[in-house]
Design a binder for this molecule. Structure first.
Ligand code: ADP
Ligand code: MG
Length: 202
């Protein structure tokens, strides 16, 4: 038996800048109103080791993120600080640890059909300078690779959201124990997923 789309889960973490900018409610609202279901949530200050493990759960993350950063420079006609993707992420990981451990973060698991892709779409792309208008990062953040390189810090883009369905399971396991994830029925799911809509009229 294949699992129904509606059971797909994704990890979202409001990073310390999201908490400090009083955007917790606004961020949660964006996912909630899309029709996704919140199935786990907690607040804590992550350690540097916890953050390094999180970002390196995917062995390809170092290469992909380095290449994406280099492309971000070239697309704007700029020269990247280095052509070596792994050097980009070595520096980046140190900056990410400082950023992500600077204060409390809020970790959540959201469930619903295509939740990984839907959450990424609502969140917007990594660099706020080029994130689409209407996305959370596009609407609430001013930041760029150029500026963060000049200042030697991580991009502050409010949120971590899992990139792929394969990564979701690993990331959720890293942030939550099984018993912290709650199986429950949300009444609106009947309208979103029910095939016949035959329970409405009296
Ligand atoms: P995303 O969070 O969009 O999946 P990545 O996984 O590529 O992005 O990177 C993780 C986080 O590292 C980003 O959200 C951002 O905070 C930071 N980051 C990524 N690339 C850079 C960069 N080139 N300079 C500064 N910070 C970066
Ligand atoms: Mg990522």
């Amino acid at each position: 038996m294949t699992t129904h789309f509606k059971y797909e889960k994704t990890l979202v973490v409001i990073k310390p800048d999201g908490v400090q900018r009083s955007l917790i409610g606004e961020i949660i609202k964006r996912y909630e109103r899309a029709g996704l279901k919140l199935v786990a949530m907690k607040m804590f200050v992550p350690t540097p080791e916890f953050i390094e493990t999180h970002y390196t759960l995917d062995p390809e993350w170092r290469r992909i993120t380095g290449e994406k950063t280099i492309k971000g420079y070239k697309d704007k006609g700029l020269v990247p600080p280095t052509e070596d993707p792994l050097e980009v992420t070595r520096i980046l990981l140190e900056r990410l640890k400082a950023y992500f451990t600077s204060g409390p973060a809020i970790a959540m698991v959201w469930q619903g059909a295509h939740s990984v892709a839907i959450v990424r779409k609502l969140t917007g792309s990594t660099e706020p300078l080029t994130s689409d208008v209407g996305t959370i990062r596009g609407d609430y953040v001013i930041d760029s690779y150029q500026m963060t390189d000049l200042d030697g810090r991580s991009i502050r883009n409010l949120i971590h959201a899992t990139g792929t369905v394969e990564e979701a399971e690993m990331e959720i396991k890293h942030w939550f124990k099984d018993e912290e994830i709650i199986n429950y029925r949300l009444v609106q799911e009947q309208i979103i997923y029910d095939v016949n809509l035959d329970g409405i009229l009296e």
